[in-house]
Design a protein around this ligand. Sequence first.
Ligand SMILES: [Zn+2]
Length: 191
Amino acid sequence: FDASYFEKQSRIWQSKYSRRRHLASLLCEQAKNQKVLNPKSLESFSNWQRARKLKANYQKKVANKRKDYLHKLTTHLVRQYDVIAIEDLKVKNLQKNHCLAKAIANASWSMFRQMLEYKCERYGKELIAVNPKNTSRICSKCGFNSGAKPLEIREWTCPNCQVHHDRDINAAVNILHKATLNGQELAVVNS
Ligand SMILES: [Zn+2]
């Protein structure tokens, strides 16, 4: 998913906006202290207003790109598979996260899930949301729980059966096991 150009522009204009608005407020403050007769209002500084508009436009473009991508992805999944298993993540709790990237990821996840839900219903496909508990901790081969692993650990070896796992694939297989389905073609979507 490539919205990198818009994301970059959005960051650039966000910082220009903050800098320009800050500078304008300093000038307003200065004029006030110098008892200027007709001081400019903060709103009348046009360069931070322009940056605000550009920033908002790029943010909107990023959001649209993201939505577009999620539409294509969910349509593809629903057309391709009869049963789709996902983790039943509690988005309400996740959204309390103050990290911006994580907040966006959480918002995308809930949008993704909503799209999957209504598209599955429309196309008569089955969506199974499984309890996410331990999906990234349990070895999908032997079931041994080796505890939480920091997100930067992308691969690990089970201390019980010595099988080497890709983090995401192992979790996806666990989600598949939890959905307990046999003989059906499945799409496993791992958060
Ligand atoms: Zn194992």
